[in-house]
Design a protein. Structure first.
Length: 148
């Protein structure tokens, strides 16, 4: 009777060891598939964040270029709206805490442009011929200050 009890105990222990090994192999196989996917996901997320940053900067530059071209063509209302969009986007980016597409150095260098906002938006609103030059100069300044 004692022999039967010992053989059942050994079989049970041996069976549990097999189950533990299979579970461990399953966990390793799962991690073997998870880790590469996690690394790829992190890389894709990083690429997306960089693309969104660049897109934000290009949209602002495009608004400003559009304003300069419209003012040059004499379409002052459209130029005023595009300039207003540019300054709204620029203000949003300069006040965004940590989520800005601009670096701290770029934000500091762009502050003088923000100070001229009213002057620059008012010129096309009044239909002044100098609006085209103001917007063109602003575009060149912005492009020089923002490193992409």
């Amino acid at each position: 009777m004692s022999e039967n009890w010992q053989s059942e105990s050994v079989k049970t222990t041996h069976g549990m060891g097999s189950i533990v090994r299979y579970v461990a192999l399953l966990v390793l196989a799962f991690l073997g598939g998870l880790v590469p996917m996690w690394l790829a996901s992190r890389q894709a997320s990083s690429n997306l964040a960089e693309a969104e940053r660049e897109l934000s900067l290009v949209i602002m530059e495009n608004s400003l270029a559009s304003a300069a071209i419209d003012a040059r063509r004499g379409d002052y209302e459209t130029a005023r709206q595009a300039a207003s969009d540019f300054f709204t986007s620029l203000r949003t980016e300069t006040t965004a805490e940590g989520a800005s597409a601009l670096s701290e150095a770029e934000i500091a260098s762009l502050q003088p442009l923000l100070a001229r906002r009213d002057e620059i938006i008012t010129a096309p609103a009044r239909g002044e011929a100098t609006a085209a030059d103001l917007l063109s100069n602003l575009y060149v300044s912005y492009r020089d200050l923002v490193s992409q």
